[in-house]
Design a protein around this ligand. Structure first.
Ligand SMILES: Nc1nc2c(ncn2[C@@H]2O[C@H](COP(=O)(O)OP(=O)(O)OP(=O)(O)O)[C@@H](O)[C@H]2O)c(=O)[nH]1
Ligand SMILES: [Mg+2]
Length: 302
């Protein structure tokens, strides 16, 4: 049930990868040429040059040592390599929904990638797991941003901290931490304004928020989660790289996979950034979020 929904959401990416690969097999006979063309297809599907090359080189090596060089056998090896890449940065602490101690999550990313929507989705998942969530609207930059989170908080029925007009984001977070400490909340989630990595004042502001959390919640597990928009493909990877130089990102939520053929970017992100994808966004509704699963993802696109 769940798996077929994922397949449906990744349809555009699947068309971009699987159908093209099947066409290669239909038109070519020479194995070396087939693998070269698969590599090219992967590069064009936003898997990235380095990662596509790694995947296909490993397939070439394995193929040398086996007799069966049929389409099915090659696809099997391909899937295996793709899954290996995705499994390379899994960390058992990444299970936010089932984490059974207090945790604080700082959500970061560039403008419009789906930070606030993803917070609503994640909060809903946590609430369904009987976790008590406190939200904090530390996006005091864009008009309407606080209201947007407040509407979600009311809909999901969780508490939210909202600062006074023009209150500094770090100080809004400071106030929320006090409330978080004084009650039996499990998770504090901080929404922040979208920002580009090269805007120094905004990056300084983010570092300040980070420091306030580190200083005042020393015993609480902290996660900085970057939200990335899959429709930006390889550009998103570049953006994220520069962002990571300035903040200590521990995981990624990759959004809008429902509306792009660039889902291959998942492999680049994990391989080049070495940061796990925790969740994927597959639509605008609150239930349109999936915990990232390497095997299911690969099976849905090839
Ligand atoms: N199709 C689709 N749309 C999404 C997804 N996630 C978010 N969106 C849409 O993307 C738009 C921006 O979402 P927001 O959550 O406001 O993004 P944001 O990063 O908080 O934006 P700023 O706070 O302005 O930086 C909204 O129209 C969302 O409905 C997704 O997984 N799929
Ligand atoms: Mg927002």
């Amino acid at each position: 049930m769940f798996f077929s929904k994922l397949k449906e959401n990744l349809q555009k990416t699947k068309e971009n990868i699987n159908i093209k690969i099947s066409n290669i097999f239909a038109n070519k006979k020479d194995i070396d040429e087939i693998i070269d063309e698969i590599e090219e297809t992967l590069i064009l599907s936003d898997v990235g040059t380095k990662t596509s090359c790694e995947i296909c080189n490993n397939v070439r090596i394995k193929l040398k040592n086996q007799v069966d060089k049929s389409e099915n056998a090659i696809k099997f090896l391909l899937k295996e390599e793709m899954e290996n890449i995705l499994n390379s940065s899994i960390n058992e602490n990444d299970d936010i929904e089932n984490y059974n101690q207090k945790q604080v999550i700082l959500i970061v990313g560039v403008n419009g990638v789906g930070k606030t929507t993803s917070i609503a989705k994640l909060t809903n998942l946590l609430k369904n797991n009987r976790k008590k969530v406190l939200l904090v609207a530390a996006d005091t930059f864009r008009a309407g941003a606080v209201e947007q989170l407040d509407v979600w908080a009311k809909k999901i029925n969780v508490d939210i901290c909202i600062g006074d007009e023009n209150q500094e984001p770090a100080s809004v977070i400071y106030d929320a931490i006090k409330k978080f400490k004084n009650s039996d909340y499990d998770t504090l989630i901080c929404d922040t304004a979208g920002r580009l990595h090269n805007k120094k004042n905004l990056m300084d502001e983010l570092q300040k928020m980070n420091r306030v959390i580190d200083k005042n919640l020393q015993d609480v597990n902290k996660k900085v989660i970057m939200v990335l928009d899959a429709t930006t493909g390889q550009n998103g990877v570049l953006q994220a790289k520069s962002f990571f130089e300035k903040t200590n990102v521990s995981g990624i939520i990759l959004t809008k996979l429902d509306s792009t053929a660039k889902g291959g970017v998942v492999f680049s992100i994990v391989n080049e950034l070495n940061i796990p994808i925790l969740y994927i966004g597959t639509g605008e509704r609150i239930e349109d979020i999936e915990k990232f699963n390497s095997k299911d993802f690969v099976e849905s696109i090839i």
